[in-house]
Write a protein that binds this ligand. Structure first.
Ligand code: RTP
Ligand code: MG
Length: 159
């Protein structure tokens, strides 16, 4: 059985307010997660206060787009997922496509941002970019979730 078990990785995926506002996009994004064999470990809907947005994106505070990003991400409801899969971080980033929408439409038209992205800020989704940021972002969105406990769980994912 050991030989068949895959090494699972966790990532944080967020459906941004532009996509949450459109039920058809929400449905397509959710289906994409299922079609790609991610296990949905946690899922919740939430709306950020401005200060949550500022804190989450503090590393971008000197960038020209910071104000618009902070404003947008606290403008309405989002859906956050903790997803598990082999290579979850990279796989979700690949499904999203490039951050810049002109690049997404040009090089990866079938990606989520290629299909649904409106602008570089309103680009449908967020995904952690490394193991370290996945840890930080998962605890930012799900403070009660213990990654260590989950990784070391004894019971199988499916019975
Ligand atoms: P992140 O840092 O959130 O993982 O995203 P990323 O690597 O895909 O993209 P990055 O370039 O680091 O941008 C951080 C966030 O800012 C938004 N953004 N808006 N010109 C704009 O309005 C603009 N440029 C970037 C992106 O949507 C991303 O959420
Ligand atoms: Mg980045």
């Amino acid at each position: 059985a050991g030989r068949l078990s895959k090494v699972l990785q966790l990532t944080l995926a967020v459906i941004k307010p532009d996509a949450v506002a459109h039920p058809v996009m929400m449905e397509a994004l959710h289906q994409k997660i299922l079609d790609n064999n991610f296990v949905i470990v946690r899922c919740k809907d939430l709306t950020w206060r401005r200060q949550d947005s500022e804190q989450f994106y503090a590393e971008h505070s000197e960038r020209f787009f910071y104000q618009r990003l902070v404003e947008f991400m606290s403008s309405g409801p989002m859906r956050a997922y903790i997803l598990a899969r082999e290579d979850a971080i990279l796989h979700w980033r690949e499904l999203m496509g490039p951050t810049k929408v002109f690049r997404a439409k040009y090089t990866s038209p079938a990606s989520l941002r290629g299909q649904f992205g409106l602008t570089d800020t309103r680009n449908t989704t967020h995904g952690s970019d490394s193991v370290e940021s996945a840890q930080r972002e998962i605890s930012f969105f799900f403070p009660d979730f213990c990654m260590k406990e989950w990784m070391e769980r004894k019971e199988p994912l499916f019975r």
